[in-house]
Design a protein around this ligand. Structure first.
Ligand SMILES: [Ca+2]
Ligand SMILES: [Ca+2]
Length: 271
């Protein structure tokens, strides 16, 4: 067993195995645009370690709306100076699929998203709304290059820094594979720390680690703060699929779900 402090607490956890939508969340954002041709979502059974998961399909059309599940911070969450967030994600259901294509403008789309053609999903968007914009911590699932075949996880901190999961050597995402994505934000005054783990159960060896500066202020993490799971501010040049499962927030390392065995590496013949 790993040692845990007496302050260790899982604030929220949902694996979609039982219950009904919105499951353990406070809110499920169906397409705000009320246009099913733009977006659809459903519960699907992946089997194996994942079981039931949430699947969203983004159709080739303009769309800039919330699409996922939200939860708000409760008054009994002992967040103190640290937040851990972990979720499993999968992009597409075929190998070698360009799930992260950037898009050419779509006729009729609002001009406001014209400058944001790169594939990007905000997942999660913590602290959005409610006047907490300045404290916003945003996870971004986005294109890693112009080919569309590779994705990355980028954590944006309120000081304006972008932390890319692959910038210290970790592999980028490919289609049709599950990835456990965990990050930690720890407020230590003017010497804050960000860590990111990808399919990684070793707390001491994150895939990305950075300490320095005043990146965020934990005094802004208070009851009612939003943990939004899913905002898309781009259109797509083809239909894309995004799956997620096992959403967990804690004030200590979460690691991999179940038996904590990392998933096998993709076959070497995949690009
Ligand atoms: Ca599940
Ligand atoms: Ca700070």
């Amino acid at each position: 067993m790993l040692p845990v402090t007496s302050f260790s607490q899982v604030f929220f956890s949902e694996n979609f195995e039982s219950g009904a939508n919105p499951f353990g969340f406070d809110v499920y954002n169906d397409f705000q645009t009320n246009a099913s041709r733009w977006f659809s979502s459903t519960l699907v059974n992946e089997g194996g370690d994942r079981g039931r998961v949430w699947k969203s399909t983004f159709h080739h059309f303009c769309n800039d709306s919330y699409f996922g599940h939200d939860v708000t911070q409760k008054n009994n969450w002992n967040i103190t100076n640290r937040i851990h967030w972990r979720t499993y994600v999968k992009f597409g259901s075929r190998d070698n699929s360009p799930e992260w294509l950037t898009s050419t403008p779509v006729s009729g789309c609002a001009g406001g998203i014209a400058g944001q053609r790169s594939y990007e999903l905000k997942f999660p968007d913590i602290g959005g709304g409610g006047g907490l914009q300045l404290g916003r911590i945003i996870g971004k699932m986005r294109s890693a290059d112009s080919s569309g075949y590779y994705g990355r996880f980028r954590l944006y901190t309120p000081d304006g820094t972008n932390h890319d999961h692959d910038s210290q050597g970790a592999p980028r995402f490919i289609s049709n594979r599950w990835y456990s994505v965990e990050f930690m934000v720890e407020d230590n005054g003017n010497n804050d720390t960000v860590k990111i783990w990808i399919n990684n159960n070793n707390e001491a060896n994150p895939d990305y680690s950075y300490t320095g500066g005043n990146m965020f202020d934990s005094r802004q993490w208070s009851t009612g703060m939003a943990f939004n799971h899913g905002y898309r501010n781009h259109d797509v040049s083809r239909d894309t699929e995004f799956f997620y499962d096992d959403v967990t927030f804690s004030n200590s390392f979460i690691g991999l779900a179940g038996n904590a065995v990392a998933p096998p590496a993709p076959p070497s013949n995949l690009r």
